[in-house]
Write a protein that binds this ligand. Structure first.
Ligand code: FES
Length: 83
């Protein structure tokens, strides 16, 4: 399964780099690295709500380094486990 993290200019300014680092660390901690690929994505069209993360059909908006763990647990982890 692929997780796309927006690296468009708006999301980049809002900290996509640190979201990618948090995601890599968390995927390792959950032992999901064999099942999940983290990829960068161009603008997803939700710039005002960045950083945007897409997992399967779902787009999670407003992700940042501070709220990452909460967003991961409530909105992302379930999608990965349903796979
Ligand atoms: S730059 Fe990320 S949604 Fe536009």
């Amino acid at each position: 399964m692929d997780i796309y993290i927006c690296i468009g200019s708006s999301c980049h300014l809002k900290g996509s780099r640190s979201v990618i680092e948090k995601m890599e660390e968390r995927i390792r901690r959950e032992h999901l690295e064999d099942r999940v690929n983290i990829r960068g994505s161009f603008c997803m069209g939700n710039c005002t709500d960045g950083v945007c993360v897409r997992v399967g059909e779902k787009t999670v908006t407003g992700v940042n380094a501070e709220n990452f763990d909460e967003k991961f647990e409530t909105e992302i982890l379930g999608e990965l486990r349903d796979e």
